[in-house]
Design a protein around this ligand. Sequence first.
Ligand code: GUN
Ligand code: ZN
Length: 458
Amino acid sequence: MKAYRASLLWFAPQNDSPAQALFEEDGLLVIGPDARGMQVVQAVGSWHELSPRYPDVPVEQLAGRIIAPGFLDLHVHFPQTNVIGSPAAGLLPWLEDYTFPEEMRFDSPDYSAQAAAFFVAELLRNGVTTALSFATSHPASVQALFREAQRNSLRMITGLCLMDRHAPAALLNRVGPARAADGARNAAEQSLLDSQALIEAWHGKERLGYAITPRFAPTSTDAQLRGAGELAAQYPDVWIQSHVAENKDEVAWARELFPASRSYLSVYADFGLMRNRAIYAHCIHFDDDDRALMRETGAAAAISPTSNLFLGSGFFDYEAADRIGFAYGLASDVGGGTSFSPFHTMLAAYYVAREGQTKTGLSLSPQHLWWQHTAGAARALGLDGKKGQPAVGNLLPGCEGDFVVLNPRATPLLARKTALATNLDELLFSMIVLGDDRLIERTVISQAIPSASKSAVT
Ligand code: GUN
Ligand code: ZN
C-alpha cells in the first residue's frame, strides 16, 4: 500500500447525469492491491479523517500539487502522429493527401514499433492513461501498439482497421500469399480472420482490449461490414469503433453508397455494429432519429473538438445530445485533432459548446468538461465498474490507480492565475484554458503486482 497527500479532484458516484466534481484541499489518496493484484484506490478523502486509519502506510507528500484521475482519450489514431497540422480543404482531401500516404508506412513492423513507442510516451506525458485508438489496416501496426501499451501497463483498446475499398491499394486489407492457408477468398474475409486472431491473442490480456474497427462505412464493402457485425455478435464484450457524420461531403457519399439505410448512422445499425461499447467518432451531422438510435442501442459518441475545428467539419450539438440523452466523452482525434493534451481538447469543447448554446448563451461548466475526459468517458466506454467491469477515470474506492499529479504553478501564468481562484470552477477553468503537458508533473499507472510479491504487500 502507498498513500499520497495532496489536493484531490475526483467525481461523486454517478447516476444518469454528469457527475459533480469533488475537491479536497488537503487530501489523502490510498492505493493498494485488490483481489486480482491490481493497484486500486483503497480510500480517498481528507487527510485529517483518513490518516489515522492508515498509520503504517508510507505517505508521499505532494504539497501544492493536485491529484486527479488519469484522462481517457476516446478516439485517437496512433499512426497519425506525423499527420498533426496538415491543412486541407476538408476531411476527404485530408485523408487522400496526408493521412493515407502516412498510414501506408505502417506495413513495416519497425516503423510501427517506433511510432507506437513515441505515441504511448506522448499519451503518458499528457496524462492519458486509457485510450481507444485506431491502428492501420496492417496487422503489424496492431501488434506494435498492443506490445508497447503492454510494456507500459497502459489501458489500451485498439484493432485492425477494416477497409476493403475506396482507398489506395497499399492501404486496403489484403489476402497475402502467406495467408492463403487461412482459407480466405478475398480481402474482407481475410481482414475478419485477422481481426479474430488479434481478438484471441490480445483481448482481455492484462489491461488490453480489442475494438472491431471499420474505418468508416465508405471504405468498407457490404460484405466487410456484415462480417464485422457477425464478429461483434460472436464477441459481445469487445469494443467497436468507427467514424460517423463528421463532414457534409462524407455524409453525402455514405448516403449514396448505402441508399437502403435510413441515414449514415443507420448503416452501422443495419450491419449489427451499434451496441454498448460501440464508440462513434464525431456524430455531428445527426438528426433526432440518429440521436435516439444512439441512446437506444447504447452506443456512445467520441467528441473530437480540436479535429472538428481544424478540419472545418462542424460543431457537435451538446444541447441536442442532452435533450435526447446518449452517452459521450472527449477525444483528441490526433492527427485530425491538433493536440494530445486533454486541456486543449477540453478548451476546444468549450468553444464548440458555446457555438451550440443559442438559448442560454452559456457553454459547458469546467466540471462537465473535465468529467467528459475522465469519469464520463469511462462510462461511455463501459469501464465505470458496472457489471463487474474494471473502473477507470475516477478516484472512488475500487477504481484502478491511474492518476495524474498536476502542478498548478507549472508556468508563471498558471501560478499567477490559479492563485487567484476563489472556487473550484475558477481553478478548473484556469487549468483548462492555460494547461498543456507542462501541467502534468507525473502520470501514475496502476500496476499489476506479480503474484509472488502480493503477500508481501498486503
Ligand atoms: N474518417 C475516416 N477516416 C478518418 C480519419 O482517419 N480521421 C478522421 N478525422 N475522420 C476519418
Ligand atoms: Zn478519427
